[in-house]
Write a protein that binds this ligand. Structure first.
Ligand code: NAG
Length: 516
């Protein structure tokens, strides 16, 4: 190649220095901006997702003030002893998936999940609750979960019991009449129970009760078991109660029952070291091979023996209903002094045993049921579904990422407006309801008081968000019954409870999902 000498002027390769400087500074600046962004992003993530405890899957983020995000996101305050030790990890996991960040007493919290009953320890907080807040215990539920109160309350499905020492005489009379009955002595604090002869019982021990022992328990592969049902109380006035309808906890005694020896509690008491369904020879195949859940496993077993599982669940629903109806006066009066009555909800576990004839007996009701999967990881699914379903029906786990505090009336309106509570449209537009004098018109829109409209909206939302929870109170009725519903049949109930029942019946006439 020929070069023109004039063009062979030595020339530096590359760009002139000033261009290079500009480029380098631009690149440097760009890098700085990227680094800043990464730093910011990390800081934001850390602010929200600082984990607690050794369970990466179960971390609930920390509430941090200031950012728009934390202003909108709902905040849960989890109050418990050793809160990060693991027994609440499934509760935390569900809250985190529902969009919650974790706060404390000082934060602007939406939901308080207290493992222990908070009304004494947190009395200052309980006295200043805001209308939008939610607390996972009702005042007065101790009347249900306290073993002495429950057992000695003369409620159907609960074995006969006598409070010591004040029902001692009645107890002694009973033992004379029924010499073959076996008895257990229990206290409200002590978990252990033991069958004893009448001579061995301590008829003077304060705060205890003596209860009839169910001496012909239903056995599977020779073992006694109990059934745990998860129940949520969503409202007291009016009373509304739901139960998880498609799953239950099933726990077997570790040792075969016969020959019975009451010195060995592993034969007749279900403890932490229970035998799970998948270790039971007659149930294994349903649970493992067919992949049934605990409830379907039991149903399949009962059907194989010619028993009707519905017979069991009917009694269980009745027993749950009976407990709340029986304790209703105490629940209402405990709630009286609280200004915001819609703040509370409660999760409880009802434990039942069965006798040979599949008669159901309610043994106890647990406040803050154990949701720790430390022994059995197979229970994770059940426990997280329990928490999710309970939070959902109570309006705490929603698909709306705003905090409860910052929810406005439009947000509620997209979920429920005054239109959805409308029932009995023909009657309400008729001449006979042109005034509200007729009792049958009381659930027409214009005859309802504002708090009653709110309570029907709440019932509507619960119904829509109930997932696998089913209403046990007010009891669901059939479409036929709903069409012929007699409003005068509820005379003994409080007014709000009458309206509540009547509305559910009228809804069932309109929409089959409200029926049995
Ligand atoms: C809850 O259950 C776990 C394991 O299933 C057990 O280790 C723990 O002691 C139980 N806690 C209570 C308070 O019963």
């Amino acid at each position: 190649m020929y070069h023109n000498p004039s063009m062979v002027k030595p020339k530096r390769r590359g760009l002139p220095p000033h261009v290079l400087y500009v480029l380098a500074s631009a690149l440097g600046l760009g890098l700085l901006v990227i680094m800043w962004n990464v730093y910011q992003l990390k800081a934001m993530q850390e602010a929200h997702f600082i984990g607690h405890g050794p369970y990466p899957g179960a971390q609930v983020a920390e509430a941090s003030g200031g950012t728009v995000d934390s202003y909108r996101r709902p905040v849960v305050w989890i109050h418990a002893k050793h809160v990060n030790s693991g027994y609440l990890k499934h509760v935390m996991a569900v809250f985190e998936r529902a969009g919650y960040i974790r706060g404390d007493a000082q934060s602007s919290w939406d939901v308080l999940w207290a493992h222990d009953y908070p009304f004494k320890e947190l009395s200052a907080v309980m006295a200043t609750l805001k209308p939008y807040q939610k607390v996972n215990h009702f005042p007065g539920t101790g009347y249900i979960t306290n073993k002495v109160y429950l057992a000695t309350s003369d409620i159907a499905y609960i074995p006969k019991a006598f409070q010591m020492p004040n029902q001692r005489d009645a107890f002694l009379l009973e033992t004379k009449q029924n010499r073959d009955t076996l008895w257990v002595q229990k206290s409200s604090s002590h978990r252990g129970i033991k069958v004893k002869s009448v001579e061995e019982l301590d008829l003077y021990a304060p705060n205890t009760f003596i209860q009839q022992y169910i001496s012909n328990p239903y056995l599977i592969d020779g073992k006694k078991f109990d059934l745990g049902f998860y129940v949520t109380l969503t409202s007291v006035d009016p009373l509304r109660v739901y139960v998880l309808h498609d799953e239950m906890l099933v726990r077997f005694c570790p040792t075969v029952y016969n020959p019975i020896d009451f010195a060995d509690v592993n034969k007749y008491v279900v403890g932490d070291d229970y035998t799970p369904v998948w270790k039971m020879p007659s149930l294994q195949k349903y649970y493992q091979e067919y992949n049934y859940n605990f409830m379907e496993t039991m149903n399949a077993y009962w059907r194989s023996k010619g028993n009707d599982p519905e017979h069991v669940y009917r009694q269980i629903n009745e027993a749950i209903r009976g407990v709340f109806v029986s304790k209703y006066p105490q629940l209402v009066s405990s709630l009286q002094r609280h200004e915001n009555k819609r703040v509370f909800f409660e999760l409880m576990r009802f434990d039942f045993v069965l006798d040979e004839e599949l008669n159901v007996f309610l043994m106890e009701v647990n406040m803050s049921p154990n949701l720790s999967s430390a022994h059995f990881t197979d229970n994770i699914h059940l426990y997280e579904r329990v928490v999710y379903n309970v939070l959902s029906v109570n309006g705490v786990a929603r698909n709306v990422p705003f905090s409860l505090k910052n929810s406005d009336s439009k947000e509620r309106g997209m979920q429920v407006s005054m239109k959805e509570i409308l029932v009995k449209s023909d009657l309400c537009s008729s001449k006979s309801c042109s005034t509200c004098e007729q009792e049958e018109c009381r659930i027409c829109y214009k005859c309802l008081q504002p708090p009653q409209k709110m309570m029907l909206q709440d019932a509507f939302l619960e119904h829509n968000n109930r997932r696998s929870m089913r209403r046990v109170y007010p009891e669901a009725i059939t479409h036929e019954q709903a069409k012929n519903y007699d409003i005068s049949s509820d005379g003994s109930l409080h007014e709000n409870d009458q309206i509540m029942r009547e509305w559910f019946a009228a809804k069932c006439a309109q929409d089959l999902s409200y029926c049995q």
